[in-house]
Design a binder for this molecule. Structure first.
Ligand SMILES: [Zn+2]
Length: 1012
């Protein structure tokens, strides 16, 4: 190509001459055939300085029938590149395109399509959007769109898709929304909604039109105050400490990053992968890479910035502020099974051949500090005074008492030292114990009752339940009614039937600084009596959620049997809505009620991929069929027109999950939830029950590890077999398990329940496990979150699984002390846990799987340089693959990502050197592989996973070599085959997910917080 100067000269001198015209024609055709094939085309045109020249030729020839087509091809390639786009826009390309469009005359030709395609690309630029509005191109586009029904076949879909995408881009700017929001334009768009053919390939377009309409209409605020009705005053806790809250701005964290493409099932199998429904404020993520030089230099700058911040972060991660060893030694009182303090000292001494035992200086130090005359440190009252922080914000004497009760012998003391279990009768029913315990729990919003399902154990019915099949036409109807309601809200009912904010203010609850009277109220449940009362025929449902883990904030009746529901954000937060749990009554049997939960935040949900919510009917339970069941039809998930509360994200709208429920009985009391609830009180009740029925020789100790910020106990469980001379407890390996750091992941608690019932069971496997190991278990890391119906956080509005590298003893006591226990084992007891596993729930993927840590797959170069021992971290997944039918080996990942450095899994692996450090993820939804393929998951599956995990632990041995376990990876980097002990394991079922559930593999790369 020539230099611009020369070229211009050529044109000015020879313009009009026939010879030059022919040369130009030939050149344009040659370039047009090169352009689509050369990924660096735009880049080359720009380096040669010919971008404006191309525009000049385009301007001069768009009416030329011979040249218009190749010119459109070339311009489209230039439009794909963000830098050449910017040059062209400055050069007035939008005006040119407006003229081209008018001259093309709206005929459905390839030219029109090319033209719209380029505009679609250009409109990713906000300056371009401004120009589209100013030049009136916007109206031209809508005129083309209005003729959609005159086009046919694929070109019709393409034309509509390009225009709608451009309109979505326009919605990113205020002027764009204003220009679209005229009566005429909204009518045009709405006409498409009501007339477009009822065929699957139009679903994507329909969803896009609806999104444009809801985006350009004036966004409404949710009809609730911005802040949560659940407010917890942290000042009394922070007083006198130098801790500040919030630790850092959490606004931009992964929890709400909504920056990925939405793949709605509406179009999951659609013909055109381009027809995806990306939300319009997210186009920055669409790929604009054309191998452009400028972009790559920008990329390098960015990279070097990243490297710099990497090293800062590395410094933070790799040189964590280790706890002072003296401070750590105080955790000895949580390891009473190893004997008294003196005995622990002796044992460590005898294990380490070193003459200077680490504990020796501790003793010396204590003598100096406290003037203790002797070394009599055997768990005496000093225990309390040397560890005041363990008692949490309100000093408790429990620990003191606990310490006093324990003597040197560990042989017989198997019981609970939890305050919440105090004075419970051995002979009470589960329900009575549950109510007593629930009444002792401190909540942020006062509770009025206990929920019936939790009170009687909350199991799911064990029959197989197929995954939901998306009903296209039903979803269309829902989507359209959402748009209709946004266009004309006055046509709908608007009766508030439940309002937690109001109930709260009536109850005079402001914050926790006022003394609480809740502890004196005995919480119970009268649902059973109420369903026998005479029917009262009300025209509306009534709601309640003031019970443990409940979180309905507002219910608004918008139609005879349709309700809009708003969920409560996490405590002290304005966001993180996903989990839900509430009660409904006054229903009529056999008629569909529509529930729309309108403040969901995740850009996609398993509700679009087969998941149904769960329902519990009290009448069914009374009739002898107690249990949670999957329920609901016409389920779908889409964006609505309620904008976010935070002023910074006013342009961002919430999503709706909608489902219809036909209740099994009239005048029933029914509970609806996101997943099978598992409350704090349920955990404590089940623990109480188990502590009463221990098998022979089993050792169980339940004690408070610390107190939560609202002064509830965080229990620590120790499970093993009694100490014997032939099998001394101090010689056993330690397994450390934790669960429920994320309160919305109740599935994690059900898996833990399975683990506990296996470990405390009267079976050979259980006896063998207890004899082999000492289990240290913190079954609920985030008790406050669970109690108060939070989804992701606790009382501090922080994700506790992002606080492991530097937990605060004041704000994150459960993390601080759990980490402290593991650190004690590693640095004082000198015996790291054999396995650490943190149980979670996963809302995007199906099945059950692990995340582990492989140095070779770390983001950090220094990890990759250290040789790994894959046999160590692969053996447990391989065993699970053999044992557990719910387990999907192919979904496991051993990547160590930078943004996961402060999770339990990575911190325990990196800081504390535990090779087998895992997150176990259990789906909320169901299975797409194995024997349960196509079915929902229930509580029995989850419990089995928990016991299967125990069985896998039982099979763990350290003698296997890397020859025994081999893995191969498929093209996607998924593990597909493992041979264990030289024996090939069937790899056919190890494939992650079949093509039909492609969404999951697309979402796999998402930096969503669901990864632990
Ligand atoms: Zn989680």
């Amino acid at each position: 190509m020539f230099k611009t100067g020369k070229r211009k000269e050529m044109f000015s001198k020879r313009d009009g001459s026939v010879g030059a015209e022919i040369i130009v024609q030939d050149l344009v055709w040659i370039l047009a055939s090169l352009a689509p094939k050369d990924p660096k085309f735009a880049n080359k045109v720009r380096t040669l300085g010919c971008v404006r020249t191309m525009h000049l030729i385009f301007k001069g020839h768009y009416t030329d029938n011979k040249l218009i087509f190749p010119l459109l091809v070339i311009l489209k390639q230039l439009a794909k590149n963000s830098v050449t786009t910017a040059i062209l826009i400055r050069d007035g390309v939008v005006t040119t395109y407006e003229r081209v469009l008018v001259s093309l005359g709206f005929m459905p030709t390839a030219r029109l399509r090319l033209c719209l395609d380029a505009i679609d690309y250009f409109s990713k630029n906000k300056v371009c959007c401004m120009q589209i509005v100013k030049t009136g191109l916007c109206s031209v586009l809508l005129r083309v769109f209005d003729r959609w029904d005159r086009y046919e076949g694929r070109i019709r879909l393409k034309i509509c898709a390009h225009i709608l995408r451009t309109l979505q881009h326009l919605c990113n700017i205020k002027a764009g929304r204003r220009s679209l929001c005229t009566k005429k334009h909204v009518q045009t768009l709405h006409r498409f909604c009501s007339q477009c053919p009822d065929e699957p390939e139009f679903d994507g377009l329909l969803a896009r039109v609806c999104s444009v309409i809801t985006l350009c209409l004036k966004h409404q605020a949710l009809p609730v105050p911005a802040s949560s009705p659940a407010l917890f005053n942290l000042n009394p806790i922070l007083k006198g400490t130098n801790t500040t809250w919030p630790c850092h701005e959490d606004d931009e964290d992964g929890a709400n990053s909504d920056s990925k493409t939405i793949n709605s099932d509406l179009e999951d199998d659609g013909p055109d992968p381009e027809l995806d429904l990306e939300a319009t404020d997210e186009y920055s993520d669409l790929d604009l890479n054309d191998g452009d030089k400028l972009e790559s230099t920008e990329g390098e700058v960015e990279k070097s910035h990243r490297l710099k911040s990497d090293s800062i972060q590395s410094a933070m991660f790799f040189n964590p502020n280790e706890r002072d060893i003296e401070d750590l030694k105080r955790y000895f009182c949580f390891f009473k099974e190893f004997g008294s303090y003196n005995k622990q000292v002796r044992l460590v001494k005898s294990r380490s051949n070193s003459r200077e035992s680490i504990l020796k200086d501790f003793l010396q130090c204590q003598i100096n500090k406290n003037g203790l005359s002797s070394l009599n440190l055997s768990l005496t009252p000093e225990c309390d005074s040397i560890f005041p922080i363990m008692a949490g914000p309100l000093q408790s004497s429990t620990l003191f008492q606990t310490c006093n009760k324990i003597n040197e012998s560990t042989s017989t003391s198997s019981c609970s030292f939890l305050k919440i279990h105090k004075d419970l009768s051995k002979f009470s029913s589960f329900a009575l114990v549950y109510c007593t315990i629930a009444s002792r729990v401190r909540s942020v919003i006062p509770f009025v009752k206990v929920a019936f399902p939790d009170m009687i154990g909350g199991q799911g019915l064990a029959h197989p339940e197929p995954l939901n099949k998306m009903e296209r036409s039903a979803c269309r109807v829902k989507l359209l009614s959402c748009v209709d309601r946004a266009i004309s809200p006055e046509a709908y009912m608007n009766e508030v039937v439940y309002d937690l904010d109001q109930l709260n203010s009536l109850a005079g609850v402001s914050d926790n600084s006022a003394p609480k009277s809740t502890e004196s109220i005995f919480l119970s449940n009268t649902d059973e009596e109420e369903i026998t009362k005479l029917n009262n025929f009300s025209t509306r449902l009534s709601f309640e959620s003031r019970f443990e883990s409940g979180n309905l904030r507002k219910a608004i009746q918008i139609g005879p049997r349709e309700y809009e529901l708003i969920l409560m954000p996490d405590v002290n937060s304005t966001k993180r809505h996903q989990w839900f749990y509430f009660e409904v009554r006054n229903m009529i049997q056999g008629r569909p009620y529509v529930f729309n939960i309108v403040n969901c935040e995740k850009s996609d949900s398993q509700f679009n991929f087969g998941m149904k919510p769960v329902m519990y009917s009290v009448k069914e339970a009374v009739l002898g069929r107690p249990g949670w069941v999957r329920a609901g039809t016409d389920i779908c998930y889409y964006r609505n027109s309620y904008h976010y509360a935070s002023p910074r994200s006013h342009n961002k709208c919430y999503l709706t999950v909608t489902f219809n429920i036909e209740f099994p009985h009239t005048n029933d009391v029914v509970y609806l939830a996101y997943h099978f609830p598992f409350t704090y009180s349920m955990m404590m009740t089940k623990l109480w029950q188990r502590s009463l029925q221990l098998p022979p020789n089993a050792y169980l100790r339940a004690e408070p590890l610390c107190y939560s910020l609202n002064n509830n106990e965080v229990p620590l469980l120790t499970i093993s077999a009694d100490d014997t001379p032939t099998n001394p407890i101090a010689d056993r390996e330690i397994i450390f398990l934790t669960a429920r750091v994320h309160p919305g992941e109740s599935n994690a608690s059900w898996v833990m329940d399975g683990t506990l019932s296996c470990l405390l069971g009267d079976t050979d496997v259980a006896a063998s496990l207890r004899a082999k190991y000492v289990f240290k278990i913190v079954p609920m890391l985030n008790v406050e979150g669970v109690i108060n119906g939070c989804h992701r956080c606790g009382l501090t509005n922080e994700d506790l699984n992002r606080r492991w590298s530097k937990p605060s003893p004041v704000l994150h006591p459960s993390i601080y002390h759990t980490k402290g226990l593991i650190e004690y084992l590693v640095r004082v007891w000198k015996k790291p846990p054999l396995v650490y596993c943190d149980y979670h729930g996963h809302s995007r993927k199906k099945n059950v799987f692990f995340y582990g840590c492989a140095g070779a797959e770390s983001w950090c170069g220094s990890d990759r340089n250290v040789p790994d021992e894959p046999v160590k971290y692969l053996m447990l997944p391989a065993l699970m693959h053999r044992i557990s039918p719910a387990f999907a080996l192919g979904s496991c990942s051993f990547r160590v990502e930078r943004e996961r450095e402060s999770t339990a899994r990575v911190t325990v692996w990196r800081h504390l050197g535990v090779t087998r450090s895992y997150t176990m993820e259990a789906t909320f939804c169901g299975f797409d592989r194995g024997p349960f393929k196509g079915f929902h998951l229930n509580t029995q599956h989850l419990q089995s996973v928990g016991s299967d995990f125990c069985e896998a632990l039982n099979g763990l041995n350290d003698t296997a070599t890397s020859d025994d376990i081999q893995l191969t990876k498929d093209l996607n980097g998924n593990i597909t085959e493992i041979s264990l002990n030289g024996e090939a394991v069937n790899s056919a079922i190890a494939v992650d997910s079949e093509p039909g559930s492609g969404s999951d593999s697309v979402l796999r790369t998402d930096s969503d917080e669901d990864f632990d």
